[in-house]
Design a protein around this ligand. Structure first.
Ligand code: NAD
Length: 363
């Protein structure tokens, strides 16, 4: 277990030395090669966050799009000066393999479609960036990693907070232990979602309720706040309005146990609003609220406010990923990072169904 903690901390140290570009939010004078990224799924997140992230980044540019809506194709071509040959639909997407103008494909589709499009992109020889949750479960996540390995392309997960300064400080505190050992982490991420037509409310597309959508942030946070991977879990799925949350859970709460003895409690829900993270150390406390959304993220420790600049997370993420791919550096958020969360999430679902303590096994 000490080994897995060491590996995690080494990864953070390595990653935090990543490039000056990852801390920049302007194009600067960068004249090197850019990562040309095609977006698949031009929905809310791709349009409102990822696209501006690419546009503000130093090392990326929009290379193409994949959309099933002809009108979107026309408007994106006109707005973003895209050649028709760089625009695909879901049927002809595999032809992207013959397109030398696109280096990477960013999958921003409903969760159930991540695996298929990540694997198709890998088979087309393109680097893959995939939104969270990486897949519906660990089995799918493993298939995605294997496909990318077989194709010799990289797989990154859209964990934008790993590039964000407040979050990087929490990672640093896990490594340097300024406030001593980590004792308890409490993460809550919830938002009100009652839209029966939304794919997020349909288990076939989402793979679960708020847990799959935003609970993953709390799970990931408990890992970066402790610098450890949990070894067992208990959990409860709760539904107060079954007529609204028909085939998904409404609220999930869980308790993760870490090798050092640290404990993390997590809560996700579609029934209320909450965006909090608290980390309790031997010699102090840290609280962030909001802790996970696009910012400004706000935090304080027992010593006072956390003074870090507000950043556009997706810009830092895109530059971080591009720098790793273009300059052959370790990825900060590789598929393996996503897989660990999927393994933990599978265990949480099992614990919520059985009411038992479920061991978490990574191999
Ligand atoms: P969205 O519904 O706004 O967009 C989904 C897109 O997929 C749409 O363009 C839609 O047309 C397309 N699509 C293709 N086939 C579809 C089908 N069968 N059903 C529904 N849509 C279909 O969703 P979103 O909020 O953009 O989320 C997309 C992904 O991004 C999800 O995996 C989500 O978890 C992730 N996300 C991540 C963050 C983050 O901060 N990292 C934030 C929001 C969403």
């Amino acid at each position: 277990m000490e080994k897995s903690r060491r590996e995690f901390l080494q990864k953070i140290t390595l990653a935090s030395t990543i490039i000056p570009f990852a801390n920049m939010e302007s194009k600067g004078n960068y004249e090197g090669k850019k990562l040309r990224v095609a977006l698949i799924g031009l929905g809310s997140y791709a349009t409102n966050q990822v696209l501006p992230g690419i546009q503000k980044s130093t090392m990326c540019e929009l290379g193409g799009i994949v959309t099933g809506t002809p009108a979107k194709k026309e408007s994106w071509m006109a707005k973003h000066n895209l050649a028709e040959k760089n625009c695909y639909n879901y049927q002809n997407f595999d032809e992207i393999k013959n397109n030398p103008d696109i280096d990477a494909v960013y999958v921003v589709l409903p969760n159930s479609m991540h695996k298929e499009y990540a694997i198709r992109a890998a088979k087309a020889g393109k680097h893959v960036i995939c939104e969270k949750p990486m897949a519906l479960n660990a089995k799918e996540a493993r298939e995605m990693i294997a496909a990318c390995k077989a194709a010799g392309v990289t797989l990154s997960i859209g964990y934008r907070l790993h590039y964000e300064p407040h979050t990087k400080e929490i990672m640093r505190l896990a490594k340097d232990q300024d406030y001593g050992k980590i004792k308890f982490v409490d993460g809550k991420f919830a938002w009100k979602n009652r839209d029966p037509k939304a794919w997020r409310m349909n288990n076939q597309y989402s793979g679960g309720g708020a847990f799959m959508d935003v609970g993953i942030y709390c799970i990931n946070a408990s890992r970066y706040a402790t610098g450890e991977d949990p070894i067992s879990v208990t959990a409860q799925a709760i539904k107060t309005e079954p007529e609204i949350y028909r085939d998904i859970e409404e609220t999930m709460q869980w308790q993760l146990n870490f090798p050092s003895g640290a404990v993390a409690r997590g809560t996700s829900s579609y029934a209320f609003n909450c965006h909090k993270l608290a980390v309790h150390y031997e010699k102090g406390n840290l609280e962030m609220e909001p802790a996970y959304d696009y910012g400004p993220i706000k935090g304080k420790t027992h010593k006072g406010p956390m003074e870090f600049p507000h950043t556009h997370h997706q810009t830092l993420q895109m530059d971080g990923i591009a720098d790793s791919i273009l300059n052959n550096k370790p990825l900060r958020t590789p598929g393996e990072e996503g897989l660990k969360d999927m393994i933990i999430m599978d265990a949480i679902v099992k614990a919520s169904k059985t009411g038992k303590v479920v061991p978490i096994v990574y191999s």
